[in-house]
Design a protein around this ligand. Structure first.
Ligand code: ATP
Ligand SMILES: O=C(O)[C@@H](O)C(=O)CO
Length: 421
């Protein structure tokens, strides 16, 4: 296995797996910390372990990431990738920095790169500052994220604040150097510090970074950088030529359900568009706290019986989210919605639902965990970074599309359902 990956959330893991499949390497995707002994990963391929550690306390995130690392290395991983969000989503204390530090220590790595850019989805870093579309990160809708509000666009500063004693070991690899090519990048890396925030404004920058840094034991970033690593390893003779991709997994037919706990700007548009023509149940954390889920079980059964593809969601505008958080606390408000959506998924499964479209990384973690899915096969991409996946639970095969908050366009839910047949 050329690469073992640790993803900090589930939508991020399917995003990463989809882009690595595009790069022509075999990919295996596991949900949660694998419980059994390590097994050899795919030859010349990639193993992705999906964790739910983006927003938990740093010490817990580190412990889970190290356990995943040990499992991946025992399975033969030659390099390791720490996958976090392409908008560098962090809490005030982590977890991008603390996990990277812990992985570096265990791998005895002296330097690593931080490459979150995902140009195809409008995320770019220039002179150490992140842009989402044409806005600086801190002025983009990410400033209102329910769990990881991003209020500083300067990634060097964001990372340094997470690194404790290593705060002064953060450096920058700027675009004027990157565009001069792999040799210039390698020379600059030689002069750089331990933790290096890298610019990248299009995929050719990512390819150059991959050429210069593919030998490092630990690399970190978004899915788009990882996608360029196989080509760099091929050019260095470390893996064989790109394989034709395996046949796409056949997705089960049957009733479908859309679930959304994402409050991201794009998801808000997607939910509004879908709810305009499909039955929708909106969950309100304040009412959930009082034990009122709007009669969800009966509502869902009625809609499915009528042959509809309903949506159940907590998706709300920033002011509504802020009001719920002020009344209940951020963690409780989020957990109430996540737990209710997870319950909706298990109810739906009992009613024969075989295809789930889910919006939101934390939400996807809660739902996939409740369904008891432990591995996924990656199918066709619906939008960049969002593939259909085939999993299995105790009731048999099921299809899951786990959509990152801001991915896809307005028509995403309809397109996903149409694509699943
Ligand atoms: N109305 C609401 N009020 C408060 N919190 C909410 C509300 N609706 C959803 N949430 C919570 O907001 C969080 C959204 O995070 P999630 O990771 O699911 O979405 P996202 O960040 O948009 O997606 P991604 O991480 O894939 O970009 C969840 O914990 C969810 O339960
Ligand atoms: O990198 C991204 O933007 C996504 O894969 C993600 O991590 C969503 O939570």
């Amino acid at each position: 296995m050329i690469l073992g990956c640790i993803a900090d959330d589930f939508t991020g893991a399917t995003d990463l797996a989809a882009l690595l499949v595009r790069a022509g390497v075999p990919v295996s995707l596991r949900i949660g910390l694998p419980s059994g002994p390590a097994i050899p990963g795919p030859a010349d391929g990639v193993e992705v372990v999906a964790l739910k550690i983006r927003s938990i306390p740093p010490d817990q995130a580190v412990a889970q990431a190290l356990a995943a690392l040990d499992w991946l290395r025992a399975g033969g991983a030659r390099h390791v990738y720490w996958k976090y969000c392409s908008t560098f989503d962090s809490t005030a204390r982590g977890n991008i920095g603390p996990v990277a530090q812990a992985l570096m220590a265990r791998l005895r790595a002296r330097q690593t790169l931080y490459v979150p850019s995902f140009p195809e989805n409008g995320r770019r870093v220039f002179m150490g500052n992140m842009f989402v579309g044409d806005q600086p990160l801190a002025e983009s809708p990410m400033k209102d994220h329910p769990l990881n509000p991003m209020r500083d666009s300067d990634l060097t500063r964001v990372l340094a604040a997470q690194l404790g004693d290593d705060a002064d070991k953060v450096g920058q690899l700027d675009w004027p150097v990157i565009r001069r090519g792999a040799r210039a990048i390698a020379e600059a890396m030689g002069r750089c510090s331990t933790h290096v925030i890298c610019d990248a404004i299009d995929d050719s920058d990512l390819a150059l970074l991959a050429q210069a840094a593919h030998h490092l034991p630990l690399l970190t970033g978004g899915s788009a950088f990882a996608r360029h690593l196989p080509e760099a390893w091929r050019a260095a003779g470390l893996i064989g030529p790109a394989g034709g991709r395996d046949a796409l997994p056949v997705l089960p037919h049957g009733p479908a359900l859309v679930l959304s706990g994402s409050c991201s700007a794009m998801t808000r548009r997607q939910v509004a568009g879908y709810a305009a023509h499909a039955p929708a149940l909106k969950l309100d954390p304040l009412r959930l706290a009082a034990g009122d889920d709007g009669g969800m079980a009966d509502w869902l059964a009625t809609q499915l019986r009528a042959g509809a593809v309903p949506i159940i969601h907590g998706t709300a505008e920033p002011a509504e989210v802020a009001a719920a958080q002020a009344a209940l606390g951020t963690e409780r408000a989020g957990a109430l919605v996540e737990d209710t959506l997870a319950r909706a998924a298990t109810l739906a499964r009992g009613l024969g639902v075989a295809r789930f479209v889910v919006a939101g990384g934390e939400t996807s973690g809660a739902i996939t965990g409740a369904l008891g899915v432990t591995a996924l096969r990656v199918g066709a991409e619906i939008a960049p970074g969002v593939p259909w996946c085939l999993g299995e639970d105790s009731a048999g095969p099921l299809a899951l599309a786990l959509k990152s908050g801001n991915f896809g366009d307005e028509g995403f839910f309809d397109r996903a359902l149409a694509q699943a047949g």
